[in-house]
Design a protein around this ligand. Structure first.
Ligand code: SF4
Ligand code: SF4
Length: 445
């Protein structure tokens, strides 16, 4: 494998994006707290909105923590996050943007917690890249940055990879789950990075953090030791939304642009979130599959905001209780941040692997709902767009339902970041329209 690869240690300041208030201090006052074990856990069998794993348990079965409860032909599995008895297998309410029920396995806790016998540590040095990927799939590891893409698939690029880019640039306001993870568990992140480099056959990785994350940077430095270690570097990117976008980060760090309609692997990179790296590290170090994640619980409506390690399937209302309950009735309960998140109808929904943040936002913390006005073609949205699109032209094409123009203006490269909405002086809801149009395109394909 070539060793001739460098990244930009001082990435350029992007001319796109927005500087939104960070609002992160609220949830950074305390270290990660363990959320109580749920009495009932509803585990989604849907991954990333398009993959559904068939259940391999039935109502009445006893399961142990870490036991596979669903598995597909790729060897990808979902695991029981608590020990108990299976109550139901079938569609349940879940925190998804569509609001539609998703297939789930519901487990009721019973007796003391017992880890399943399959949860044993493995030394990755003794495994081939194929065996590492198979173990990552069997461990149920998915992208924890929000997209839930199966990690084993990303570790199977089918082309030589120059470098692994590890995304810790948590740019969206309010969200701090990656930052606390880096502050407290940088060593686990680095272990996971090492495993993924081995699976990809690359000698190079770079972990990116934002300029306003000095504690995370220091923790990574400590974990790596003086002068870096094992081909892993650290890069500090400017604090600007959406610096943590996959394409945007790759371009800033390497100077290389992911082609329109293409993937990072097309230009020799694979990008993984830091929480995904930590989950891989944990899987190999202790044998624990993906049964929990760190969730930021924050917003002016929460009494004691912070970050919680929650078992997958934990009811969101339990997490809110763990954070001291509601201080005031939230105007909106968001999953994700204010830019890319979506409103939940209530808190009677389970944590999924996509639940990186819950924001109980007061009315004063959100942009007021103002009536849309006509586009004045000011170009603010063009300046802000990190995908270098022409949002006002896309808007015209959406309004005319002109599929040809939507393709011509690059709708498929829209990352639905919300920057165009944020800057639009006419308060036009551009992103929601682009998201709906992309959904229509996907269902036609
Ligand atoms: S920012 Fe709004 S008003 Fe200005 S060009 Fe874009 S869509 Fe039109
Ligand atoms: S939502 Fe899409 S069009 Fe709007 S700024 Fe983001 S990438 Fe550009």
């Amino acid at each position: 494998m070539s060793t001739a690869w460098t990244y930009n240690p001082q990435p350029p300041r992007p001319d796109w994006g927005v500087r939104a208030p960070a609002l992160k201090k609220l949830s950074l006052r305390q270290p990660i707290r363990a959320a109580p074990l749920p009495v009932e856990a509803s585990m989604s069998l849907q991954i990333g909105g398009s993959i559904e794993l068939p259940a391999i348990v039935a109502p009445g079965d006893r399961v142990q923590t870490g036991q596979a409860i669903a598995r597909n032909t790729d060897g990808m599995a979902v695991h029981a996050s608590i020990s108990g008895r299976v109550l139901a297998v079938g569609p349940q309410r879940a925190p998804v943007a569509s609001g539609r029920p998703v297939p789930c396995v519901v487990i009721r806790a019973e007796g003391p917690e017992q880890m399943h016998g399959s949860c044993i540590p493995v030394n990755e040095d003794l495994l081939s890249p194929e065996e590492i990927r198979a173990r990552v799939a069997a461990g149920g590891i998915v992208g924890l940055g929000g997209a839930q893409f199966p990690t084993a698939r990303k570790l199977t690029p089918g082309v030589p990879i120059r470098a692994l880019i590890v995304d810790g640039a948590e740019c969206e306001p309010w969200i701090t789950c990656d930052e606390v993870l880096l502050r407290e568990r940088a060593g686990m992140v680095i272990e996971g990075v090492g495993v993924m480099m081995r699976a990809l056959g690359t000698d190079h990785a770079v972990v990116a953090v934002e300029a306003d994350m000095p504690e995370a940077h220091a923790a990574l430095d400590n974990a790596l030791g003086a002068g870096g270690s094992g081909g892993i570097g650290i890069a500090v990117v400017t604090t600007k939304y959406p610096a943590g976008g996959e394409r945007q980060l790759i371009e800033m760090l390497t100077g290389d642009e992911v082609p329109a309609g293409g993937l990072p692997r097309d230009i020799g990179y694979v990008c993984q979130n830091v929480a995904t790296a930590a989950a891989v590290g944990e899987l190999f170090r202790s044998g624990r599959p993906l049964i929990s994640r760190i969730v930021t619980v924050t917003g002016g409506g929460i009494a004691e905001p912070g970050n919680f390690e929650a078992r997958i399937g934990t009811p969101i209302r339990d997490l809110v209780q763990a954070a001291g309950g509601y201080r005031a009735a939230p105007h909106r309960l968001l999953m994700g941040g204010p830019m890319m998140g979506f409103a939940l109808p209530d808190d009677d929904l389970p944590v999924t692997t996509a639940t990186n943040c819950l924001v109980a936002a007061l009315a004063t913390e959100l942009a007021p709902d103002r009536p849309e006005m006509p586009c004045i073609r000011c170009g603010e949205c063009v300046q802000a767009c990190p995908a270098r699109l022409l949002p006002h032209e896309l808007l015209t094409a959406v309004r005319r339902n002109d599929a040809g123009r939507l393709a011509e203006f690059g709708l498929r490269d829209c990352i639905e970041c919300g920057c165009c909405d944020y800057v639009c002086p006419s308060y036009i809801h551009l992103t929601a329209r682009f998201s709906a149009a992309r959904g229509r395109e996907r269902s036609r394909a």
